[in-house]
Design a protein around this ligand. Sequence first.
Ligand SMILES: [Ca+2]
Ligand SMILES: [Ca+2]
Length: 232
Amino acid sequence: MKKTVLTIAVLILAARSLQAAVITQTKTFSGQPNYSSVLTFNQFDDHGGTYTLNSVFLTVVLNTAAGASLGIDNDGAQSASGLVEFGSNGSITSSDVGLNKASGGTFYGSLASVSGKTMNLSADDNDGVLYSTAGTDYGVLTTSATSKSTNAYIKSSVFEDYIGAGTYTLTYGVNQYMNMAAFSGVQFQGNPVTADGSISIEYDYTIPEPASMSLIAVAIGAAAWIRRRFIN
Ligand SMILES: [Ca+2]
Ligand SMILES: [Ca+2]
């Protein structure tokens, strides 16, 4: 009885001195959509299996800059109104690593970072085939700075893709996002958006500290000593 209690106490001490640690890598992208950025990340080095990878957490941020504009000139015989949206959207692909989510499904990091405005445009004022910014048949949406983010834990069944001494790539594709489905028979012009953002990958892992290794040795030694003592 005494032996068991002592051994358990020492082993608990050893377990407590396992050290939790985190490695975070963040890569950024920027440009004028449509574009795609290939981002390179280091795999998690598990030191020959002595480090334990507990989780892989991905975070994606997509920012659309202020000041882009989308002007619409109604050339229809009827007035028209509805929502206009302008900005950027994006998503991840990778041929190197699985993007399976711990919660099920695939993590595409899909985001739409857009500004919106409801426009009420009167019928064409006979500016005809020209794109004209004059008159109440014209409206303009100027983007505000918008920032969106999304994240997910990766399923442990694909951790092997993330473990090693090499690198892997994720590609983030960013497109210009424009929604003016409420309007037809219009002309539009604008200054394109610019968009930037980042992907962060966080490895949460545990390291067996040298101190805890020696405590485990002490525990084994203590158990052996007690066993000898009991046997003798
Ligand atoms: Ca017009
Ligand atoms: Ca006009």
